[in-house]
Design a protein around this ligand. Structure first.
Ligand code: NAP
Ligand code: SF4
Length: 680
């Protein structure tokens, strides 16, 4: 263990549990409940994290009754006959030496099902289903259902429960005036609004005694109008403590808030100050959550005294061995969560099983089991050190193959080298760091500044050749495209100072949006958290209603006028990530970026770009026109390799440039390495 991580790896006793370190693996929806073999797949997922050294795991949400289901078919625990299924999960986790508690989630008005209930019949802006007002008798039954669910969880071997009372779910809907407009004993005053969660805690205590571990995830900063402020949150925390809660976990922001809380644009540990305010109010341990993705950030939060525990969820998708690597002083080997949401939350909201951009094995442990070292090592050439080539090379050399990785550039990364330059996307540096450390660890023979040809590959006596040379920007044939005003996105990311004041961006996909953000970003002397709070209207004292600033600062006008164009009609940003696209759209709107669609490009000349829209021709004056119009495969070798005897494989952009992103590229690399490994 590194000395600098002394608090992180100090033991703590919380209620009846003694934990070896301060890291809790937070609750995550995985989508595995909707697969053919949910409990075995969940067991494999949690077991791998338990073996990775995490002291306490919190499961994804389990409903205490039918009304509380987040969607039809989601996990529920309300009958004794379900207990054995959950034992499939608890037993391997215990065998690996970890503790596991079950999160009880009543979805309230966020439920995606027909019979949904809420304190008042007010529909959520993010759910098309209308809730009905829950009756007094149903509330009493719900308290029973929570206690029954906790008791069944104990029978299934769980070490306790977490009650989800944040992010705008059912219990949070009761505590907030925004959603609770009842005038019986369950609504109105602070005492009445907080009655239900406190009664639930007391009911569980009565049923299961003082040794049963209860963790409560409360809403600290609501970030919506009609939410409570930090003083009310502190008051509620003291009530939870009196009711018998062992640990308070701090939730930030409702799902319907228009402020990002976990995306890459949110600075690391951006909300731990709010957790610190709860810690000031109570004597029981308090956990900080949201954007804690490295050991160093985790330790800093503890050292600052903002929290006693760290609640980290997505970092355990990115790396199941997070804790062991940190404890053994190898934190540079951790595959960090970069907060992209691309393969976890975006998958979930697209009804797919969750995974991870940087670790496609996440939630697919039974699909990609750990492979034994090969007894037939192959000599393999990989062409291109972008995401696909890197992922393949590392996975294949882990298996014992002898890999030479050729890269024509002076550094590894390929397209990732652009991504990490975009303000708010600096986390991509973590991925580049991880790849480099792994190349060294598994002794991949990396040949930089080396553009190989077919002859060299043939002469190298390789058993297999992997083409991973990626993509190149699509070239357009608009008249005047060779005008000196026209730049490719690659040219701009390398030399932004060459870009003038009036800019037109052709193409409004992921890169067009990134480019508009890159060119309109203004530097600030504030800390990243101060800038974030100002930009998104968060009151840094927490005293405003819902933690919102009463007079949000206006965004300064950027130094460039940027116009983003697409030929198709309709909404901009449709292809951006489901859970992050809205953030980029709001940011660009605030910076005054114009968006014009439903048009044709006519020509480019010294005056700018000529377009046709609604049958009318017009000139859009510009100092520079930047092409962000997608990509084509970059493949200089396939033809010349057509006669060689070795097996040639294609991965990443060489295989398919359309809709290629980093997640697909890495998945491609890992899948090919697995298919070679499984053939042994
Ligand atoms: P993209 O998402 O395919 O967008 C290409 C854009 O260029 C579209 O707006 C398209 O709109 C336009 N276009 C296509 N062909 C054109 C042509 N012949 N002439 C003029 N315009 C043309 O490609 P990208 O922006 O390069 O992104 C590449 C990949 O990286 C994508 O998979 C993307 O998801 C991923 N990425 C994602 C993010 C993110 O935020 N998650 C960020 C960066 C990159 P019209 O056809 O309507 O003109
Ligand atoms: Fe983190 Fe992105 Fe992986 Fe999700 S997909 S766990 S946000 S790195």
């Amino acid at each position: 263990m590194s000395k600098s991580h002394s608090l992180l790896f100090s033991e703590i006793k919380i209620g009846s549990l003694t934990l070896p370190n301060r890291i809790i693996m937070g609750s995550m929806h995985t989508g595995l409940d909707h697969t053919d073999d949910p409990y075995n797949r969940l067991a494999a997922f949690y077991e791998e994290r338990a073996k990775g050294g995490v002291g306490l795991i919190v499961t994804g949400g389990v409903a205490p009754n039918e009304q509380g289901l987040i969607s039809p078919g989601a996990t529920i625990l309300n009958k004794p006959e379900q207990v054995d299924s959950y034992r499939i999960i608890t037993e391997p986790v215990h065998a690996a030496g970890s503790k596991i508690i079950m999160q009880i989630l009543h979805a309230g008005r966020y439920a995606k099902q027909a019979d949904l209930v809420a304190p008042s019949a007010i529909r959520s802006p993010i759910n098309k289903f209308e809730p009905r007002e829950i009756s007094h008798d149903e509330i009493l039954q719900t308290i029973e259902d929570f206690a029954n669910c906790a008791e069944l969880s104990q029978k299934a071997g769980f070490d306790g429960v977490e009650l989800l009372g944040s992010e705008g779910y059912f219990l949070n809907e009761f505590t907030a005036e925004r959603t609770n407009q009842r005038n019986d004993k369950w609504g109105g005053s602070f005492e009445n609004r907080t009655r239900l969660p406190l009664e639930i805690v007391r009911a569980i205590r009565r049923k299961l005694g003082s040794d049963f571990f209860i963790q409560y995830r409360m809403s600290v900063l609501e970030l919506v109008e009609g939410g409570w402020n930090i003083e009310e949150a502190q008051r509620f925390a003291t009530e939870l403590e009196s009711a018998g809660v062992d640990l308070i976990n701090t939730g930030i922001g409702w799902h319907e808030a228009s402020i990002p809380t976990i995306a890459m644009d949110v600075p690391r540990a951006a909300f731990s100050w709010a957790t610190g305010k709860i810690k000031e109010a109570v004597n029981i341990p308090v956990a900080a959550a949201n954007r804690i993705n490295t050991v160093e950030v985790a330790e800093e939060i503890l050292q600052r005294g903002d929290a006693d525990m760290l609640y980290m969820a997505r970092p355990f998708l990115a790396d199941s061995d997070f804790v062991n690597k940190a404890k053994e002083g190898h934190s540079n080997e951790i595959n960090s969560c970069i907060a992209c949401n691309q393969s976890c939350l975006d998958n979930l909201f697209n009804n797919k099983t969750v995974s991870c951009l940087v670790n496609p094995r996440a939630c697919h442990e039974t699909v990609y089991p750990p492979l034994p070292a090969t007894d037939k090592p192959q000599k393999i050439a990989v062409i291109g050190a972008g995401a696909a080539g890197l992922a393949f090379s590392i996975e294949a050399s882990k298996q014992g193959h002898n890999i030479t990785l050729f890269e024509s550039g002076s550094t590894i990364g390929g397209q990732l080298l652009h991504a990490h330059k975009v303000p708010g996307k600096e986390e991509f540096d973590e991925l580049l760091r991880y790849f480099q450390v792994m190349l060294d660890k598994y002794t991949v023979n990396l040949q930089l500044n080396c553009r190989v040809d077919a002859g060299q590959l043939e002469a190298g006596n390789f058993d297999a050749i992997i083409l991973a040379s990626g993509i190149k920007p699509r070239e357009l044939d608009i008249p005047g495209i060779k005008n000196s005003k026209v730049l490719s996105y690659e040219q701009v990311f390398s030399a932004p100072e060459k870009v003038g004041q009036r800019v037109i961006i052709i193409g409004a996909g992921g890169i067009g949006f990134d480019m508009a953000g890159f060119l309109t970003h203004s530097k600030s002397n504030d800390t990243p958290v101060q800038t974030f709070n100002k930009n998104w209207g968060i009151d840094p004292t927490g005293l405003g209603e819902g933690g919102l600033a009463s007079n949000p600062a206006k965004t300064e006008k950027p130094s460039r006028d940027v116009t983003l164009l697409q030929r198709k009609a309709g909404r901009f940003g449709k292809t951006l990530g489901k859970t992050t696209g809205w953030i980029h759209q709001i940011e660009l709107q605030k910076r005054g970026v114009q968006m014009i669609g439903d048009l044709n490009y006519l020509k480019i000349d010294d005056a700018g770009l000529h377009i046709e829209q609604d049958g009318k021709k017009q000139l859009l004056p510009a100092d520079n026109i930047i092409i962000c119009a997608g990509q084509e495969s970059q493949d200089e070798l396939t033809e010349s390799l057509s006669n060689i005897t070795q097996q040639v494989y294609r991965i990443g952009g060489v295989k398919e440039a359309r809709e290629l992103d980093a997640a697909q590229a890495i998945r491609d690399g890992i899948q090919l390495a697995y298919s070679l490994g499984l053939k042994q």
